[in-house]
Design a protein around this ligand. Sequence first.
Ligand code: PEP
Ligand code: MG
Length: 766
Amino acid sequence: MSMEYVEFFEELKKEDVDIAGGKGANLGELTQAGIPVPPGFVITSATYQKFMDETGITQEIMDILDALDVNNNKELQESARKIKKIIKETEIPDEIRSLIIEAYNALCHRIGKENTFVAVRSSATAEDLPEASFAGQQDTYLNVKGPEDLMKYVRKCWVSLFGARAIFYREENNFDHSKVYIAVVVQEMVDAEKAGVMFTVHPSTGEEKILIEGAWGLGEGVVSGTVTPDTYWLDKATGKILEQQVSEKKTMFQKKTENGQTVQVPVPDDLKNKRVLDAEELAQLAELGKKIQEHYQFPQDTEWAIENGKIFMLQSRPVTTLDMSAAEGEAVHEGERTVITKGLGASPGMASGTVKIINSTDELDKVQEGDILVTVMTTPDMVPAMKRANGIITDEGGVTCHAAIVSRELGIPCVVGTGEATSILPENSQVTLDGNKGIVWEGKLVETDKKQETAEEQPVAVLQAPLTVTEVKVNVSMSEAAKKAAATGADGVGLLRTEHMMLTTGVHPKKYIQEGNEAELIRVLVENILKVADTFYPKPVWYRTLDAPTDEFQSLDGGEDEPYEHNPMLGWRGIRRELDEPEILLAEFKAIKKLHEQGYTNIGIMLPLVQHPDELKEAKKIARMAGLKPQKNIEFGIMVETPAAAMTIEDFIAEGLDFVSFGTNDLTQYTLAIDRNNENVADLYAESHPAVLKLIERVIIECNKAGVKTSICGQAGSIPTIVEKLVELGITSVSANTDAVATVRETVARVEKKLLLKAARKLMQE
Ligand code: PEP
Ligand code: MG
């Protein structure tokens, strides 16, 4: 067998992305590290290339693409259809067919099961292309059985390279279609007799303890929280069992053998109260846990399964629930610590570096890789310098200001609202900031390594997020941060902010319109929204129309005529401004219409700062002018950010909308009369104030009655104690910041379980 066309996991390393794609290379890396992942092989990009070249269809396909205008949707769809037909109808040369079938038979032979069930997944070979546009996350086929089925799905993976969206994406981003290849991963599906999860450290404190949870059958039961698993705590150093709790396991998930579908069945009586893992199995799992952590150099949250007594690791990803200041292993230097200033912890983590004070955007070049950026308040044009910085400190702002939002999304520690940093921190001095506690110390106290792998770069075996009924989404403000946000496994984007993408052009959106250059404005929007919609496809992405206060426009080219406002937060912003300047809103809707036509129907629209149903009505009219059909072919909703909207939500429901999302950053400031950017009153700013919660409660009740979805995308959606209340009230989804998704998901799962238990107990008493 040629080693080049089909490679078993044992033969691949993480550098083999070119031939095996990202997924295939990672599985190879894990296998080689001695971690038992379910066995399998990769049909390499060379096989795809050979198929295309030997059959002579490459040229035929390139000719179709050369003649195509991707902006003509009909033509695009037609070309995609033609290419699909060509790939589907071209006979796969015998040599390739035999190579693939031989590998499948070898796999079956190795695991001792004839015609075993496998998962077939497309594996992207160009790392800078998001997975979705490359082939589509949807191109994972589970429970594939037998050579004929296998060939069918391999071909489907190849075809997926030429879906309409994929073609459009490559054109928009100038990728050469003929240089993009695809690999296909074929992996055994484990039919577990027991399965569960394992954390290689205490998931919240980071202590050196291993936590293992296990139940009977496939892992779905434990991961989704349907089954209460046995719990075991082990000492990491000695392997000693510290604590164990055997629970009653009533149901389990099993694979129905004929078609491989999963079913939930009762646990046989003799197993219900039986301990799932014996001492030997616990010891083996703990050893594996240590090995995986050592391999990734970071605590891991894993999923495991045992089939016929053999352990398999199905997934591994970094533990994201830890207090990062302790978990990143940053050695805090002992000795005297002098606090220089204090503010609000706005983005978690500790960072040391050289102070660079930025008084105007001309000075941004001063900030070098690893410095600490200190400024009065950040603006969108500071983002490139913010990315270079190790940490950020501001004079002004609360936890929902620009600096806070952007830092959290970039994963950079940040302290806001010190009131004095720019005047008291000496330029070029060394400082350390704690983004949890909001403290700035003198001197260099930690070794921060910004180059540490982000969640997105960490290899994983199979990505699967724990299931919750209440969806857990993520907020995105910068399209370049979409991949990192998606790596959280979030169920979609509950807030895609427009301000960043529009304001970083440096040109006032109105200027484009005045100069007759609406097309350029639309192009910028399409380019940015596309990155997010594509990365998350087919999960929903709610695009929020422009909502920048007037002070943020002033420094832009064309922003000279921006009015000066005493209270920009209460001024000309959000939907009220957009309805006064409908050309910008129309351009936004046209951009979305264009993306919808290219297949990105996962994009929905959300209006900010509404206070009267007429605003919703007007905006819908403008959307119709752009060719969109609100509530018919596109999800349309509003943010509830004003007490007015909350108090009259019934009238908005009567006007018609698909969803509402609580913008608690604004709702809190308007309910409590606290300017969210004013550090002098920041201590009174509380989303948990009963008045805010009452407003939220009434909206959820009314919306649930009317079948309108509810969500939250303000900072309160990242605060576990508030999320708990919202889930109890019956909210449909919660959208958190990238850094908070994992914690929020855990909170949601726990509350859902608590509610189920409460209901069950109540039933039992009746
Ligand atoms: C909010 O107000 O809660 C919100 C999410 O919008 P922004 O922070 O962009 O005003
Ligand atoms: Mg808001």
